[in-house]
Design a protein around this ligand. Sequence first.
Ligand SMILES: [Mg+2]
Length: 344
Amino acid sequence: MKLDFQILDLRTKHAFNIARMKEPPTRRTVWVRVTDDDGVEGWGEAPATPFYGETVDTVAAVLPGLAGVLEDAGQGDPFALERIEAALAMHIGRNPAARVAVSAALHDLVGKRLGVPVWKLWGLDPAAAPKSSFTIGIDELEVMRQKVREAASYPILKIKVGTPRDAEILRMIREEAPEKTLYVDANTGWTTKEAIRLIPMLEEFGVSFVEQPVAKGDLAGLRMVREHSRLPVVADESCEVAADVAKLAGVVDCVNIKLAKCGSLREALRIVHAARAHGMQVMLGCMIESTLGIAAAVQLTPLVDFVDLDGAALLANDPFEGPGIEADGSLRFNDAPGLGVTRR
Ligand SMILES: [Mg+2]
């Protein structure tokens, strides 16, 4: 099996800011192609995220090494998914965006070899997928108001908070969208004290849950927020891989899986099952990524309670077409083999 990759430019419609950073409207992503000995190609995307230690340059730096591991561990057999993914993880440790691109490409390739979409290979029912939220990033109040108006067709909004003017933001959202389901994501932006003080305000605005109120490593803080709050608490930054779920049991109500954090489609499945074993709910999120990356996550959506897969919907230029979210937040699957993605 051969591995090639290409760096692509992405542009978001708006600057995308969250509590812990400002993001410019331009960014790069990595398109990975794995070709088997019969010439069948599988594709995956590496949405590198600096918070998790990766950039497009680190991805580009490790992929040639991963190509060698794929060659040795795969021995020409793309179906040896467990063996190959274990070897990739052993070779580079974290680097989850680089690894998930290879994982997605292998699942795409296996689906194409068998002539079935990945969701069907896993025995899943697209009708079970919940609707996706659409995210409103932090900005000047009137810019946020414009974003909410542009998102009129989406029934669920996810609001980024963690600013000194969170109450003002929520008030504006409720003026514009009195009936919509609202999720709130603080992206580690609050202290435990602030979270406990602010969550009753979120309740008044009819928010459904709060994501990552406090710092990534602050599990005691997360637990305390949950004990002092009626709103369910979701761990995102605090939950990267399946082994994190056990540490979060009893600490939060729900974990947010992202492929670019966990490093493989199979690890994402393990997180779902670990969370279920602890009676926890499961959310599936994304980075800013093209339809190629989103399509891999879409395959898993029938297994989760909350979906936040608007990464490609935030883009002004999407190089790919395939599974994703519709303008009403419903999930779009297709019957094409593998991930069902084509180049625009
Ligand atoms: Mg989040």
